[in-house]
Design a protein around this ligand. Structure first.
Ligand code: GTQ
Ligand code: FE2
Length: 348
């Protein structure tokens, strides 16, 4: 045996000895753990909504009821994290279908959720006794431990994107959940009440925030879209982002929920963004337009309702063939509060 082989055999024997005592050598793992730059199993991936996902989703509608399923959701699982129920390392994504007449029963849980409406108009999500009527492009939140149920009283299927911080809650072993006594919450406030109270750049005169999350729980697309259109008329786009806004909690200026940041960008027709990377792996939903996003060596061509993932620290840029609108969400607020978030603007 060579010296090197002998050393290696001795070390392995030592590791085998200490293993049963719940001990392991850090020096064999250190460089894979404390990496010089982020190293993620998350892969760039796209889901084609119209041609692939939607037919399967509608098939699931005949297979199980919303009541039976509790939530009829197809998980958008990252191929780099099979079996982990994660879209990015920290966030879950899924597409939820509610057929005409169905109700997804009321419950609450520690996990925070966002909804981004993909298809269908007029279904509702009720949060803490107030219903929000859903339209495509609307952004709706159900903060941690708030009661929520969904229903579709229209005659067409309704589909939305769910984004939840389930992987973070799992990391922290802090999951709690509880079903409600009745299937649907009784309505205690009229539609539009919280938007009027907190979403008109005004708040009730003596209001003090009771929770860390936003008192506005529905952010209609019409308003976000109009803001972006005005920005696009009034000035130049950011080279990396186009015209990009972040959704806020009007009580704090921070993200609507503490664990998930959400954004909407308008890319003008013909716009090609400069290469960019950031530490928050990001989930995208295409609202309008047509274009492509290049992530490292992967080119993702997209159209309305397509969904895709940009992993942490992956260099990427967008090209918009038509004027396009991209919704996205990530764990950026978590990284920011921990002083971990970083970005790099590269020169194209
Ligand atoms: O709609 O309440 O995709 O609780 C996963 C967990 C949706 C929901 C999901 C949930 C929900
Ligand atoms: Fe839920």
């Amino acid at each position: 045996m060579t010296d090197a082989a002998q050393t290696s055999a001795e070390r392995q024997a030592f590791y085998d000895q200490i293993g049963p005592h719940h001990l392991a050598p850090l020096w064999e793992r250190l460089h894979a753990l404390v990496t010089r730059t982020p190293s993620t199993p998350v892969q760039p991936v796209k889901w084609d909504y119209d041609n692939v996902v939607r037919p399967f989703l509608m098939q699931s509608g005949g297979l199980i009821t919303a009541k039976e399923a509790e939530r009829r959701v197809l998980i958008l699982e990252n191929p780099g994290m099979k079996g982990h129920t994660s879209a990015t390392h920290s966030l879950f994504a899924g597409l939820q279908l509610i057929m005409p007449g169905e109700v997804a029963p009321a419950h609450r849980h520690a996990a925070s959720a966002l909804r981004f409406i993909v298809e269908g108009t007029g279904a509702y999500t009720a949060v803490e006794g107030e219903r929000a009527i859903m339209q495509p492009g609307d952004f709706i939140i159900t903060p941690s431990w708030t009661w929520h149920d969904h229903g579709n009283e229209t005659d067409k299927p309704v589909v939305w994107l769910d984004g939840l911080d389930i992987p973070m809650i799992r990391l922290l072993d802090a999951s709690f959940a509880e079903p409600a006594n009745s299937e649907s919450q009784s309505v205690s406030r009229p539609v539009g009440d919280s938007l009027a109270r907190y979403g008109a750049n005004m708040v009730p005169v003596d209001w003090k925030p009771e929770r860390i999350s936003s008192p506005v729980f529905s952010y209609p697309y019409s308003r976000s879209r109009e803001a972006l259109a005005t920005l696009a008329r009034n000035g130049e786009p950011d080279p990396c982002h186009g015209y990009k806004l972040r959704y806020i909690n009007p009580g704090s200026g921070g993200s609507p929920m503490p664990t998930i940041g959400a954004f909407m960008a308008l890319l003008p027709a013909g716009f090609a963004s400069s290469p960019y990377r950031s530490t928050d792996g990001t989930f995208y939903a295409v609202v309008e337009g047509e274009g492509e996003t290049t992530i490292g060596d992967t080119v993702i061509r997209w159209k309305p309702r397509d969904l895709f993932v940009v992993p942490s620290w992956a260099v990427h840029h967008h090209k918009a063939a038509k004027e396009s609108v991209l919704f996205s969400f990530s764990d950026r607020p978590v990284q920011e509060v921990l002083s971990l978030w970083r970005e790099d603007r590269l020169h194209g």
